[in-house]
Design a protein around this ligand. Structure first.
Ligand code: FAD
Length: 419
């Protein structure tokens, strides 16, 4: 019998596996794809300790009709999945109310603020190869701050987040060649990025194996949780484990629903376009809010990553959404060229309040979950892995665990947020 089985070898599962080893547990990782080949593989690589805003922000409701009509908008709902997405979208809009946003911000801040320390612990000597501490720029929309931007500025002040406001001249000095409509920006000196998210995951997987961890390249079909142990059914075989952690990204709901946890986690699909040999060089990543994507300097070129598409995880990708990033990048950098452009699509595991679900299942306490990191899994994954490990090892937790309770999505929450 395994001591702990971790299902899913993305950033959340890898961080969990390593944290469990750190606590003396023997771990087996299950993933049919291999290490880091799910959503983590294609992420934009931003590792921003200062990221703390949920996706749902005040004023979002005004955009809903436009999103539903334009399949290439930075945020779109696939028409065939529109009806099935309604409960998620309704919860999302409730989560965009200022009081709900503040709750989410506190939870995200706690998880993100020490992510570089967590990565140092997980990667050891390999840290400088995989995490570049070069800050990051966020371009702001329009000439004047929107209500959401004003709320964000207020929250930054309250949280003590350090950033510099850049005017047109300062933006140009940092990013030569940028279009004239880039007139306002923020520079966050404490932010970081990985130049290769896939290599980062492989490094974590190598460390896990070197420390005696076992890996099974197999899909877990079902978990049966008993009083004394759990049974994982995979490929017609039964695997026994004392405890199980589900870190299966966007596929998590199908594994936990039979165990009594109904969670509003959806596939919020995103796209990237990897530019090979681009004419543009950036020393640090740049978030371009108006275009709904970020530009990250990567080992293989430049990655344009982002956009949101609410759709079934198994629906065919709409690569026109990735191609649309090229036009938006060219508007930002007139004359931009690249030798090749490689599109990719992945499913972010998203919860309506943008706060991941971390903790044991009420009706199956031998099973825990760590999923739902949405846009910020590369940032929040390491501290989430530590938190779930502390919980299943019965240790005091390094941050307050209640904001991440997997069972927080009951009707009482909906009513409270609506009120
Ligand atoms: C375009 C894009 C850009 C992004 N940019 C950033 C960024 O810059 N910074 C950031 O912090 N985040 C970013 N994200 C979000 C980030 O990628 C995700 O939050 C994160 O990768 C989620 O990690 P995960 O481990 O939960 O899921 P995944 O990486 O998807 O891993 C889940 C794993 O579980 C496995 N699995 C599923 N079902 C089973 C099963 N039944 N049995 C066994 N294994 C199973 C899958 O094969 C997969 O490998 C981005 C996402 C996208 C799409």
């Amino acid at each position: 019998m395994d001591d702990v089985a971790v299902i899913g070898a993305g950033i959340a599962g890898l961080a969990t596996a390593l944290n469990l080893q750190e606590r003396g547990r023997s771990v087996k990782l299950y993933d049919p794809l291999g290490v880091g080949l799910g959503c983590s593989w294609g992420s934009g690589g931003l590792i921003n300790p200062d990221a703390h805003l949920p996706v749902a922000m005040p004023g979002m409701i005004r955009n809903v009709p436009r999103w539903l009509l334009d399949p290439l908008a930075p945020l779109a709902v696939r028409p065939a999945d529109a009806l099935a997405s309604l409960p998620f979208l309704a919860r999302w809009l409730l989560a965009s109310r200022p009081a709900a946003v503040r709750e989410g911000v506190d939870a995200l801040r706690a998880l993100h603020r020490n992510t570089l320390r967590e990565y140092r612990m997980l990667l050891g000597d390999a840290y400088p190869d995989h995490v570049h501490e070069r800050g990051g720029i966020t371009l702001l929309i329009g000439e004047q701050p929107s209500p959401a931007e004003r709320l964000a500025a207020e929250l930054r002040r309250e949280l003590g987040i350090v950033c510099e406001e850049l005017d047109r001249r300062e933006i140009e000095a940092r990013v030569p060649g940028i279009a004239s409509h880039a007139r306002r920006a923020l520079y966050f000196p404490g932010n970081a990025h990985t130049p290769d998210p896939a290599a980062l995951c492989v490094a974590l997987g190598d460390r896990f194996r070197e420390q005696g961890g076992a890996f099974r390249s197999i899909k877990v079909d079902r978990i049966v949780a008993g009083d004394d142990f759990c049974t994982l059914w995979a490929g017609g075989e039964a695997h026994l484990a004392d405890q199980v952690v589900v870190a299966a990204g966007a596929r998590t709901p199908t594994l936990v629903k039979p165990l009594g946890l109904k969670i509003p986690l959806v596939a919020e699909r995103g796209y990237h376009l990897q530019l090979v040999d681009p004419s543009l060089e950036l020393s640090a990543p740049m978030i371009y809010r108006e275009g709904g994507f970020a530009l990250t300097p990567m080992r293989g070129g430049m990655r344009l990553g982002g956009t949101v598409e609410i759709a079934d995880a198994d629906a065919p990708p709409n690569y026109a959404r990735a191609e649309a990033l090229w036009g938006r990048a060219q508007r930002l950098f007139p004359g931009l060229t690249a030798a090749d452009k490689r599109p990719w699509m992945g499913s972010r595991p998203a919860l309506p309040d943008s706060v991941p679900a971390i903790g044991r299942l009420l009706r199956a306490p031998r099973v825990a979950i760590v999923a739902g990191h949405g846009h910020d899994g590369m940032i929040g994954g390491p501290a989430s892995g530590r938190l779930v490990s502390e919980l299943i090892c019965g240790q005091a937790t390094h941050i307050e665990h209640r904001p991440y309770r997997p069972d927080r999505f009951g009707w009482s929450t909906v009513l409270r947020q609506a009120w």
